[in-house]
Design a protein around this ligand. Structure first.
Ligand code: TLP
Length: 347
């Protein structure tokens, strides 16, 4: 399967298009998408909305832009979003909501299982007081990347959705890996995102498209996001060449994510046997996190360099902590090779 030299576990963002995608990209019918003339983009948007059970969808260049558009539509300047303190929108999007939108993030602690406690959300809602900002939105992340790629359940999402409604707030889901979450739970993705007003998910990452994410929601919400996408420079013209790969992501790749999760479990079991590594909870999706025990004297960068010599690319996620991510281009041999290589490097 893999035609690559390295086993690349740095992220699922490194996935290259599959041979079928490359063929579809070469043959894609295209048109100027700013005129609404690209049939492949139009088809992808209809398909994405239908799969997630929402009215409309918009093809965007990246997950970061999709999340930013959602925040800009839901909140005006001086308004607030309640989000996890480990969420990608809070930590890893260059403060876009504040920089571009004047939107104020109100972080609450992500629990180990990725959830935000309802009591914490409740306590974060601003009172109606001229001194305060105005709370507008709750944002959840599923799977929750920095908590170990953990999966938020249907039940929990419903509770937060219900809570949001009762308090006049909207709910956005950063579902960069929502299909991984649905696969791990064994549910239709529609059911998982039903309580959300908007969802962003990535076609790149585990679904292997080279570029692109989708923002889904109600018709009016998407119409407003469409205008803002143009403002941010995300009107992409003959972009059916990318949407064609995205169609394969939705039609063919969503059904195979369980294989990546099984490989993550095998990797976790293998790495548990490697002295010097501390592994905690078994992975629930495609991410394996581990911490270096004090006995390991190598630095993170030395480990990265040594692993590269063994043909394996890894990356650290925090001091003394690594995150390894399985995806379409990591097969069983790749998992075995990684465990062996780490054993040798840490010997
Ligand atoms: N995540 C990347 C890095 O930015 C950390 C990764 O390697 O995991 N939401 C979530 C939950 C994400 O994990 C990411 C990317 C994004 C949004 C942003 O997507 P892109 O990279 O397409 O802007």
């Amino acid at each position: 399967m893999a035609d690559i030299e390295f086993v690349d576990l740095r992220s699922d963002t490194v996935t290259k298009p599959t041979p079928e995608m490359r063929e579809a990209m070469a043959e894609a019918e295209v048109g100027d998408d700013v005129y609404g003339d690209d049939p492949t983009v139009n088809q992808l948007q209809v398909k994405a909305a239908e799969m997630l059970g929402k009215e409309a969808a918009l093809f965007v260049p990246s997950g970061t832009m999709g999340n930013l558009l959602a925040l800009l539509v839901h909140c005006s300047r001086g308004e607030e979003v309640i989000c996890g303190d480990k969420s990608h929108i809070y930590v890893n999007e260059a403060g876009g909501m504040a920089v571009v939108g004047g939107i104020y993030p109100h972080p609450v602690p992500n629990q180990k299982d990725g959830t935000l406690r309802l009591e914490d959300i409740r306590a974060s809602i601003q009172p109606d007081d001229q001194h305060r900002t105005i709370t507008r939105l709750i944002c959840l992340e599923n799977t929750q990347n920095a908590c170990g790629g953990v999966v938020l359940s249907v039940d929990y999402t419903q509770q937060v959705g219900q809570f949001a409604k009762e308090n006049g707030l909207n709910l956005h889901i950063d579902g960069a890996r929502i299909f991984n979450a649905a696969a791990a739970l064994g549910v239709d993705v529609k059911e998982l995102v039903a309580p959300a007003d908007s969802v962003m998910f990535c076609l790149s990452k585990g679904l292997s498209a080279p570029v692109g994410s989708m923002l889904v929601g109600g018709k009016d919400f998407i119409a407003r996001a469409h205008r803002l996408r143009k403002m941010l420079g995300g009107g992409m013209r003959q972009v059916g060449v990318l949407a064609a790969a995205g169609m394969i992501s939705l039609e063919k790749m969503t059904g195979r994510l369980k294989q990546d999760h099984a490989r993550a479990k095998n990797l976790f079991e293998g790495l548990k046997q490697v002295p010097g590594l501390r592994l905690e909870a078994e992975p629930s999706s495609n991410m394996v996190y581990f911490t270096l025990e004090d006995q390991v004297k190598l630095t993170e960068n030395q480990i990265i360099a040594e692993m590269k010599k063994h043909g394996v690319l890894v990356d650290w996620s925090a001091p003394r902590e690594f995150r390894l991510v399985t995806h379409y281009w990591v097969d069983d041999d790749g998992v075995e090779k990684t465990v062996k290589a780490l054993g040798n490097v840490l010997k």
